[in-house]
Ligand binder design. Structure first.
Ligand code: HEC
Length: 116
């Protein structure tokens, strides 16, 4: 009879563990969704930026060419001094930042023209 009392919590624990493992494995950071929720208020949903706060137009090939992935990653992590661009190192995981850089690159209007 006593055993019944143990089975329930054990099942709950196992179920919870299985659930958290599964959701974690499924989780791939979605750069577009992250950009929309964390960056679009300053960079625009379309990434074109706002003149009033001097955010760059990420669809502009010249803006894209002026910055490397490494610099982009560093700015997202550490912010940009003298601007309102905030550091996100403690708010985003590395793979989320990587997904964001990929997404920003995908905004380049020249991307699908004759680039290798
Ligand atoms: C509070 C407003 C704000 C938020 C939120 C914000 N940014 Fe920025 N971001 C800026 C400003 C302002 C600049 C600097 C523009 C300048 O150089 O004068 C900037 C610059 C950048 C740059 C460098 C662009 C370049 O060409 O130098 C990158 C990359 C960037 N932001 C990515 C992001 C990402 C990714 C997020 C979301 C995780 C984000 N930003 C959230 C305001 C913001």
């Amino acid at each position: 009879m006593k055993r019944v009392c143990y089975i329930f919590p054990v099942l709950m624990l196992a179920g919870g563990l299985a659930w958290s493992l599964r959701t974690r494995a499924d989780e791939k950071p979605d750069g577009a969704a992250l950009f929309r929720s964390k960056c679009s208020m300053c960079h625009g949903v379309d990434g074109k930026g706002f003149a009033a706060i001097k955010t760059p137009d990420f669809t502009d090939p010249k803006v894209q060419a002026a910055i490397t992935d490494k610099e982009m990653t560093a700015i997202i992590k550490e912010g940009k001094k003298g601007t309102v661009m905030a550091p996100f190192a403690d708010k985003l995981k590395d793979d989320e930042i990587e997904a964001l850089v990929k997404f920003i690159r995908s905004l380049n209007s020249k991307k699908n023209e004759k680039e290798k």
